[in-house]
Design a binder for this molecule. Structure first.
Ligand SMILES: [Zn+2]
Length: 89
């Protein structure tokens, strides 16, 4: 593996972990960072979380103005363990 490729791989892993950490910070609280409503899992796709005010009024779980916040937190078990351990310290 060339040096550039290894550096790119490392950068990619760091970027991915940063995204996962940010997503974990949000989904572990279970609160939408945009409107303060609760978050729920959309079970049609693994790791998909949506605001309770997401979507059309008839589909919304919480009353209030529409909010389009959604986020993916779909780590491997190893990534999840790593993040949870970091947060415990
Ligand atoms: Zn929201």
């Amino acid at each position: 593996m060339s040096r550039a490729t290894r550096e790119q791989r490392t950068a990619e892993i760091v970027r991915q972990m940063t995204q996962l950490r940010e997503a974990y910070a949000i989904v572990s609280k279970g609160v939408c960072p945009q409107c303060g409503a609760k978050l729920h899992r959309n079970l049609s796709m693994s790791g998909w979380w949506q605001c309770d005010r997401f979507g059309e009024a008839s589909f919304r779980r919480a009353p209030g103005p529409q909010c389009n916040f959604q986020i993916f937190y779909d780590p491997t078990p190893e990534q999840h363990n790593h993040i949870v351990t970091e947060n415990r310290v």
